[in-house]
Design a protein around this ligand. Structure first.
Ligand code: COA
Length: 175
């Protein structure tokens, strides 16, 4: 019988091209359908997931990236931003789960929960009190996933892609 091993690794600056590619693909897979104007989507992907942007973010000590592998194949990643304050949370000792993305083919196989647990453990180890995140209002799968893991809504903000605004609930979890 095949033995499957899941492995989470801290990403380093050497992982910039891999993370940029995973970021671009997973964003298009999960959010591409919500964005009507594909020119806006392409422009956003070019900007947010370029090699240069990803390399810069990886080299920023305020960010922690984890990559998750299935049998040495990268299937997802998470980005934790330390010391990211929020207008909705009256505590300065908080961090943000800015991204958690699994390739579509591997969703619902517990890679998301493993990534979340790893990130939460790291945030606790670093002494943060609260973890917060924003999520697109129509992303019901992710909202359900966060609610199951004790994130609660604390506010909402709008998010702009091109000329269109999208509402994002802000969820937070006590660590
Ligand atoms: C959000 C995301 C990372 C979650 O990962 P996932 O692979 O779907 O989730 P997992 O398989 O790890 O866990 C979810 C499953 O475990 C269950 N589960 C989740 N948390 C649980 C918990 N604490 N206890 C018990 N069960 C739990 C859920 O019922 C779910 O089962 P289902 O998918 O069969 O209904 C993933 O769906 C994803 O990448 N989505 C696209 C990108 C995205 O939207 N990211 C978030 C942007 S804000």
């Amino acid at each position: 019988m095949e033995t499957i091993t899941n492995d989470i690794r801290l990403a380093t600056s050497k992982d910039a091209s891999l993370l940029a590619l995973l970021g671009r693909i997973t964003f298009r897979e999960s959010h591409g359908g919500y964005i009507e104007d594909k020119t806006n989507l392409d422009a956003y992907l070019d900007r947010a997931f370029s090699f240069e942007t990803t390399a810069r973010e990886l080299n920023d000590d305020n960010n922690i990236y984890y990559l998750i592998y299935k049998n040495n194949f990268p299937v997802g990643y998470a980005k934790l931003v330390k010391n990211a304050t929020s207008e909705f949370i009256h505590n300065q000792n908080i961090c943000r789960l800015e991204r958690i993305y699994v390739l579509e083919e591997f969703i619902s196989q517990k890679f998301g929960i493993d990534l979340l647990n790893k990130t939460v453990d790291k945030a606790k180890e670093l002494g943060f009190d609260i973890m917060w995140l924003s999520v697109y209002i129509k992303n019901t799968k992710a909202i359900k996933f966060y609610q199951k893991n004790n994130f609660e809504e604390v506010g909402s903000i709008s998010f702009q892609i091109g000329k269109k605004g999208y509402d994002n609930p802000i969820l937070a979890k006590k660590l």
